[in-house]
Design a protein around this ligand. Structure first.
Ligand SMILES: [Zn+2]
Length: 266
């Protein structure tokens, strides 16, 4: 099927889906489990919802949040003002509208590139990738407030997870999605004690386990718990299943130009 769409800037996009043979074979569960000592090829991740982190990995990796929207916010406000001062329907209004759409598209492209690069980088570093399933709509509603909602959409974790899952398939790796209600932030990653005082307390970034005295960074500890739960699930065969071999290709053609430029082919 061929789809032709025009974005808000006015550029045309042609996209189609085709079937291709996938030659990547995944190692078996046993092969992956016996490959390294202490399963160091299995990594857990926690998204930094209320901090300046995008994600933290159980292997100690710490990725900062790129706030592309925030960086371009002043410019976007300026363009909004310019747009509202124009007479609706006039040529100047149309020009201002396109300018604004171009900046929005630029932000979206920056975000997408960052996510693709990070997803590939992480996928190549380990064999099994464990994440907590997130319900972003619920989070936006529950936390309320413009700032938090905007940040959630800015870092777009669900988009990243989808990209990482796709890359994992491409390179023969596994993705485990730990249930959403698993108390990853409340458990002590060292002794397993559940500290219910942390429930809903997003402002607490560091804590000491009342049971074993271990000092925890909230996100890093959560990543360790997600990894531990992920290993358990992986052993039980509870990982994301391979999808049917399918390859989606998207081509962009700018209006008025004959050259067709490939945007993304995964
Ligand atoms: Zn403890």
């Amino acid at each position: 099927m061929l789809n032709v769409t025009r974005d808000s800037v006015g550029d045309l996009f042609v996209s189609f889906v085709c079937e291709v043979e996938q030659r990547v074979n995944r190692e078996t569960v046993d092969e992956v489990l016996n490959k390294t000592e202490n399963c160091s090829n299995i990594v857990g991740y926690d998204f930094g919802l209320n901090s300046d982190r995008f994600l933290v990995a159980s292997n100690g990796e710490d990725v900062s949040t790129p706030l592309f929207f925030k960086e371009s916010e002043a410019k976007l406000i300026e363009l909004d003002k310019s747009l509202s001062s124009k007479v609706k329907g006039s040529n100047n209004y149309k020009k201002a509208k396109i300018k604004r759409a171009k900046l929005q598209r630029h932000i979206a492209n920056q975000r997408s590139n960052f996510q693709w690069n990070l997803a590939k980088e992480q996928v190549l570093k380990a064999d099994v990738h464990c994440f907590e399933t997130l319900d972003l709509n619920e989070m936006k509603e529950r936390r309320g407030g413009f700032r938090f909602g905007k940040k959630v959409s800015d870092i777009a974790m669900a988009d990243f997870l989808a990209k990482l899952t796709q890359q994992a398939e491409k390179y023969g790796k596994y993705v485990v999605k730990v249930p959403r209600y698993f108390p990853s932030t409340q458990l002590c990653g060292k002794c397993g004690f559940r500290n219910t005082e942390l429930k809903g307390q997003l402002q607490i970034r560091h804590w000491v386990c009342p049971n074993c005295g271990a000092e925890h960074d909230r996100d890093f500890n959560a990543a360790i718990n997600i990894r531990n739960k992920g290993i358990e699930m992986f052993k039980e065969g509870k990982f994301e299943k391979k999808r049917k071999p399918r390859r989606s290709c998207s081509f962009k053609r700018k209006a008025g130009k004959a050259k067709i430029e490939e945007v993304r082919a995964e």
